[in-house]
Write a protein that binds this ligand. Sequence first.
Ligand SMILES: Cc1cc2nc3c(=O)[nH]c(=O)nc-3n(C[C@H](O)[C@H](O)[C@H](O)COP(=O)(O)OP(=O)(O)OC[C@H]3O[C@@H](n4cnc5c(N)ncnc54)[C@H](O)[C@@H]3O)c2cc1C
Length: 597
Amino acid sequence: MYYRNRQSIPLEPITSQPTAGILDSDPFSLGESNPVVSCTGTGNTSCLVYSTYGVWPDRRDCTAAKAVYPTTEQELLAAVAEGVKNGQKMRVVSKYSHSIPKLVCPGGNGAGLLISTRDYNKNIVVDTNARTATVDAGVLIKDIFDYVSSYGLAFPHSPYWDGLSISGVLGTGAHGSSTWGKGSCVYEYVIAMTMVVPASAEEGYAKVINLVSGVADGDLNAAKVSLGVLGVISRVTLQLEPQFKRKVSKVRTSDSDLETQIIVNANENEFGDITWFPSLKIAIYRQDNRVPVSTKGLGTNNFTGFQHQLAIIRATTRVLEEEDEADGDARHKCETSEVQLNILCLIGEGWTNNGFLFRGYPIVGYQNSIQTSGTCNIPIARNFACAWDPSAKGEFFFQTTFSVSFADIGSFIKDVKALVALNPDSLCTLGLYNGILIRYMKKSSGAYLGEIADSVDLDFTYYRSYDATKPRLYEDTMEEIEQMMIFKYNGKPHWGKNRPVAFVNSATLYPDLPKFLQVKDRLDPQGLFSNEWTDMVLNVGGAAARLQTFGPHCALEGLCICTDDSHCAPEAGYFCRPGLVWKDARVCRLSKSGVTS
Ligand SMILES: Cc1cc2nc3c(=O)[nH]c(=O)nc-3n(C[C@H](O)[C@H](O)[C@H](O)COP(=O)(O)OP(=O)(O)OC[C@H]3O[C@@H](n4cnc5c(N)ncnc54)[C@H](O)[C@@H]3O)c2cc1C
């Protein structure tokens, strides 16, 4: 009976055409989802690896000697054994490489090995009795959710974007929004993992280990959120639950009492979130709870921001944004974003009541149709791609994402409001990127690098110049917010997002970091799966001291916190100054005379 219920399906990988990185792309001739690994040598040698955005935070390419695409655990084992035998640095990268920091770069000065999970995506094994799914590391979360739904099962929480691999999601501790039950972090629902880790020559240089909840809790707590430094995740077993439906409404209102409503929203809604437009003084509350499966409705979530966009539209939108920057016209950004917001609200931001049409809230639909959305990563036609795809000179942004504890969130919101009160247009830039997305997370039940408190996650997405030496409008406001989250509120930066400075304190935040590093030293004693970036954010051997790279303009890109005017853009009138609300901050502020504070 137990085994009869087990099923597995092969999932066909979607192929995509090679395109160039963002800085040398032809704006209009490309447009298909770009492969993140491109190799020029025979046998997948001499490779470059990018993130989905086509540019790393330091704008430097990442090279690797070779890339491998295992399809089975035997091939994965052989790849790791070969790497260990050669003493080669190794990193795992998913098919779409959606993390912003340089996590997947193997290091080793270009001599490293990239292990891609692009083709490691064949199996989803459902055990209906135990309500579990055991999946290959490279399977995309949407494939898991849709497949288990055909067995009347559901996975409760995940990131909102469906093009992520399950092992990539775990690698950075990714999440949805909830403090109910076990909370919204995917790793809380992992009950077992199979990994391939380095081994001695006698053992064949690599071995498979099984980490099962209740049996190997310490190692599993390390592996649930690992940044990929322990070895390669081969398979993951997820705890599922019976399929359910959700009922979603969005309420657009003033942000006047956001600092108190932010907690009320978390308590009243299992899947609640908020989008906040501080310069427009608007908050949109998502009221979202589960309802019985018998509730009428086949609603879907097809968020407009994750739908395909034509290259010419992406490029034109960017040109308009750059005109506002050049004209110093932040107000115009607010006007544009308000028009955009009104249109989006009218069309329901891609929500439908029946899979086709939006007729208004509430939307009722099955969990797998509501939790995530996507599609723009799937090639459909020339010149259509995601808004951020580097095949057109379109959206180009920074993303600053921290979780702030429930205890501190009210004060933090008040600080942001105080900054806006001083400069009402200073956060108009956020409106062009769908506002600040505010979500909820629960303190981890054990993951060593997981959430450290019940907290509120805030996603700020904002303009980044294509020219690293060029300051942005109201540069100082976002820098002050970033530094308040780091230092004043001890916020926890999302491992898969952010600019480098966000991590200057990260290693000090995790009480269980020593336990994590012990597991790492045991499973990968030579540190072959670590790179310069992971060493810095985990402060291995004091590497955190190298996180900031000081030099001209470094603060503009979040490579440093300014200590000198040269770190800003003095030639353009931007000087290193104290914060306006939090005086300890050091930010790049436009100051015509160069002497005002
Ligand atoms: C449009 C978009 C929307 C997003 N929405 C959300 C959201 O709602 N919530 C949220 O929390 N995050 C969100 N993110 C961030 C995203 O969840 C993380 O960056 C995630 O880690 C990316 O997964 P990936 O499959 O692309 O993995 P990658 O970025 O390729 O890898 C992430 C990390 O996992 C490691 N890794 C991957 N596979 C393995 C393996 N098999 N074994 C060992 N290590 C491995 C990599 O080495 C790397 O360190 C979003 C990102 C994008 C681009």
